[in-house]
Design a protein around this ligand. Structure first.
Ligand code: NAD
Ligand code: TYD
Length: 348
């Protein structure tokens, strides 16, 4: 048996990665380590929670004693590290929480893995899941490649950039085998409704204002979450040690164009007259330090590992909207309680 630790597996992307591995690799034991913050939700994994090769462990990646004991007990062959604080707006309000989880938490895992790896190096790999936001902001032209200089602008992206540097440093200093991937904005089922697409879907359902930051001309490159999970699976198994792979959707949208597309699709799904949801668009104060544009050049993972997105944006958005409309209880559960306080402090 091969023991794989996936951190942050109860979150948005992590739950899709856990499902991908549990189903595709019945001869691996998949351990999901997650502390279940506001963003972690075991409902995301209901369909596979009884699988024989799956174990959930509730715990904090910043708890060094606990993490070391866990690694000693299970002697993980591979780690796929996704656990993080992941929302830019929250990082502006509470940057220290991001430094703690994203930097210190990653270091605790790296250390624990280094100790194991030094005992027995055969077949081991640390896979670090990161973001294109580490590269900072693009102007109107150009794409992020694997050699673009790091230039993070938000506390979130600075903490992710720092964690990437520590992963590289462990590779350089101790020879520890690692792979890093930097991915563009994901969307899809199970996305917590604090990020643009699920927040706007939820607000359209509830006839609430759609708060577009600034002039709405900020650009993001969107990728369907299941395609990200497939890319992680591929790069974890077939990527080269000490390499970085950029993952993206070749799919750039300004926020306002994306919101208008979403409004049109939602009107059709909800059988409301065309133009109903667009009336909810409200321009609000811009996010401080707002990055103008992200866009990934994913040609390396395409050429070297044969990966490309399998779902078009129109297909992916439709699947996403259908998921939210068919999972209203999930949406109601995650938007009750603390979410309401977050929403008030962010948007009122
Ligand atoms: P998410 O916020 O939905 O989930 C994060 C998960 O990590 C949650 O389940 C949470 O409970 C868990 N977690 C947080 N702190 C923890 C701790 N101290 N110990 C253990 N578990 C903890 O995030 P996501 O959007 O799924 O992102 C996952 C990873 O992918 C992150 O590392 C993020 O930086 C990266 N990423 C995200 C995107 C995106 O568009 N969402 C794009 C590129 C990369
Ligand atoms: P988000 O989903 O938070 O992802 P990121 O900031 O990591 O790219 O935001 C995507 C884009 O949408 C970003 O340009 C900010 C913008 N945005 C809004 O205009 N209004 C909102 O309420 C949110 C959450 C985001």
């Amino acid at each position: 048996m091969i023991n794989i630790l996936i951190t942050g597996g109860a979150g948005f992307i992590g739950s899709h990665v856990v499902r991908q591995f549990v189903i595709k690799y019945p001869d691996y034991r998949i351990f999901n380590l997650d502390v279940l913050t506001y963003a972690g939700n075991l409902e995301n994994l209901k369909d596979i929670e009884d699988a024989l090769n799956y174990t959930f462990i509730k715990g904090d990646i910043t708890d060094e004693k606990f993490v070391n004991a866990l690694f000693k007990e299970h002697k993980f062959d591979g780690v796929i590290h996704l656990a993080a604080e992941s929302h830019v707006d929250r990082s502006i309000k509470d940057p220290l929480a991001f430094a703690k989880t994203n930097i210190l938490g990653t270091m605790v895992l790296l250390n624990a893995f280094k100790n194991l790896w030094q005992e027995n190096w055969i077949g081991k790999r640390f896979y670090h899941v990161s973001t294109d936001e580490v590269y900072g902001s693009l102007g109107k032209a150009g794409l992020f490649t694997e050699t673009t200089a790091y230039d993070p602008n938000s506390p979130y992206s600075a903490s992710k950039a720092s964690s990437d540097h520590f992963v590289r440093a462990y590779g350089e200093t101790y020879g520890m085998p690692y792979v890093i991937s930097n991915c563009s904005n994901n969307y899809g089922p199970n996305h917590f409704p604090e990020k643009l697409i699920p927040l706007f879907i939820n607000n359209i359902i509830n006839n609430k204002a759609l708060p577009v930051y600034g002039d709405g001309l900020f650009t993001r490159d969107w990728l369907y979450v299941k395609d990200h999970a497939i890319a992680i699976d591929l790069a974890f198994h077939e990527g080269k040690d000490s390499e970085t792979y950029n993952i993206g959707g070749f799919n750039e949208w300004t926020n306002i164009d994306l919101v208008k597309l979403l409004c049109g699709l939602m009107d059709a799904k909800l059988q409301r007259p065309a133009g109903t949801s667009e009336k909810l668009i409200t321009y609000v104060k811009d996010r401080p330090g707002h990055d103008l544009r992200y866009a990934i050049d994913a040609s390396k993972i395409n050429k070297e590992l044969g990966w490309s997105p399998s779902v078009t944006f129109e297909e992916g958005l439709e699947k996403t909207i259908d998921w939210y409309l068919n999972n209203k209880t999930w949406l109601v559960n995650v938007t009750s309680g603390n979410y309401q306080e977050y929403y008030k402090s962010q948007y009122n």
